[in-house]
Design a protein around this ligand. Structure first.
Ligand code: TYD
Ligand code: MG
Length: 455
């Protein structure tokens, strides 16, 4: 009799399962991510059944299901609530991913504090830090009140038991890569462990109506499975990102079964933990040099939220055969393309110059609406003529030098008004569709040359 196969190959990035090894994952096209692991037991041979008895399977009418407003709980942070779609939904499974050290544990501990303070029963389970370490972190954050308990445990079977005894309303699992189930023979952090552990957590969440936050580290290399493996299983996926050298952090909603995605929340890492940044534009523009050439304020959209930021360019005479072009915070190919447009359509000899483009503050933005700002910054630096500091610029630039429409122009203009800007250079097509306003001077342009004329 043929021996049943007990192992398979899994992609560490996306969890794709295959019977054969491959150098490149057929699903997510990443190289060297396939690892051999034992497959999860599929038969009912193990002691705990795969289907949890917690889930009562009986058909129900929509009218019989009650949804109350109080099913959404505010986390105490407006920025986080917004990303979650207006608070956290009871019984949902939320994945918080991010690079190690970015502040996931800190954020969730602060959320625990807020939720416990309003009467929620919270259980924080850490597989990474000792109770002492958690206490030290908590001391930095401040007073903890209410029904908030901590547990150091990595066995999910034990955790399941403790949850059913304690009956908390909110559970934090920090992190999924340290958790394991006894019935699976592979090591914690492997694809099958991470997948099966999440499966069990989902059953607990849905069965008992407990909200579970799962922390997942993003891993570039190594044997640990990344959070993308479990993205499809959870209700909400949030990524916590930011530059290690900058203090602000961005929480980005990537998937949300209970709200819109692409929303962001902005936080700042301080000595006493994370603080909300209520007005990111102001934060991004702080410390802006006045009257310097090569700096232009642009407006990018993050989801439905406009953010003003400064685009900087430095154009200098090149001493090399092939001029240097670098771009930090934006796509270098896009910058090359825009320089080619300047060369061909506006007759600037860009090939004689090195050019460096930077989005100040360490933000990463690839929105086409930044095109016109990048062009203005380049020309401003080339001619050494500053752009008026009370002016913002946005618009997409096409290959023939035309300025094309961008989405949500009105929101962008309103953000500029809110921050006291006096003029706005924008695509003519957007201006035609907009209501007139006296609060800001709107300058419509239909090609790059017109825009440069305002320098
Ligand atoms: P942490 O939440 O442990 O990161 P993660 O759980 O994502 O791995 O964050 C650790 C970093 O945050 C660490 O570099 C120290 C910094 N930090 C502060 O700057 N202020 C604080 O109050 C706290 C608690 C941490
Ligand atoms: Mg941590």
């Amino acid at each position: 009799m043929a021996k049943a196969k007990t192992t398979a190959f899994f992609c560490k990035e996306c969890g794709y399962e295959s019977a054969k090894w491959a150098g490149q994952c057929p699903a997510c096209k990443q190289w060297n991510t396939m690892v051999e692991e034992p497959t999860a037991p599929r038969t009912g041979s193990s002691s705990s059944p795969r289907r949890s008895p917690l889930i009562k399977s009986a058909p129900a009418r929509l009218s019989d299901i009650s949804v109350e407003e109080k099913d959404r709980v505010t986390t105490g942070y407006r920025e986080l609530d917004q990303v979650l779609g207006g608070g956290v939904v009871a019984g949902s499974l939320v994945l918080v991913g991010g690079d190690p050290g970015i502040g996931k544990s800190t954020l969730l501990l602060q959320v625990c504090r807020n939720l416990a303070a309003v009467g929620q029963k919270v259980l924080y389970i850490s597989g990474e830090e000792s109770l002492k370490q958690i206490k030290l972190r908590a001391n930095r954050i401040g007073q903890m009140t209410g029904d908030l308990k901590f547990l150091c445990e990595t066995s999910l079977d034990n955790i399941q038991e403790i949850i059913s005894q304690e009956k908390p309303g909110i559970v934090i699992i920090d992190s999924i890569q340290t958790m394991y189930r006894e019935e699976i023979s592979s090591a914690p952090g492997s694809v099958s462990q991470v997948r099966e552990s999440t499966n069990l957590l989902m059953q607990i969440a849905k069965g008992e109506g407990i909200t579970i936050f799962i922390v997942g580290h993003v891993t570039k290399e190594g044997v640990v499975a990344g959070p993308r493996v479990l993205e499809h299983m959870v209700d909400t996926v949030l990524y916590f990102e930011g530059d290690r050298h900058a203090s602000y952090r961005i929480l980005r909603g990537v998937k949300n079964r209970f709200g819109s995605t692409n929303e962001i929340g902005v936080f700042e890492m301080r000595e006493q933990g994370l603080a909300e940044v209520e007005n990111p534009s102001e934060f991004m523009l702080s410390g802006r040099p006045e009257g310097a050439s090569g700096a232009v304020v642009a407006c990018a959209m993050e989801g439905t939220r406009p953010i003003l930021l400064e685009v900087q360019a430095l154009v200098t005479q090149s001493n090399l055969g092939i001029p240097r072009r670098t771009a930090a915070g934006t796509d270098p190919n896009r910058v090359n393309l825009l320089m080619a447009v300047l060369e061909k359509r506006c007759r600037y000899e860009m090939s004689r110059y090195d050019a460096y483009v930077n989005i100040a503050g360490g933000m990463k933005m690839n929105e086409p609406a930044l095109d016109l700002s990048i062009i203005m910054a380049l020309v401003s630096s080339l001619k050494d003529r500053p752009v008026d500091e009370k002016t913002i610029v946005f618009g997409e630039v096409g290959l023939s030098g035309e300025v094309r429409a961008v989405s949500m122009a009105e929101q962008r203009v309103n953000e500029a008004i809110k921050l006291g800007f006096e003029a706005c250079i924008l695509p003519q097509i957007c201006l035609d569709k907009m209501r007139q306003t006296k609060k800001i001077r709107l300058i419509g342009v239909s090609n790059v040359r017109e825009a440069i004329g305002y320098l």
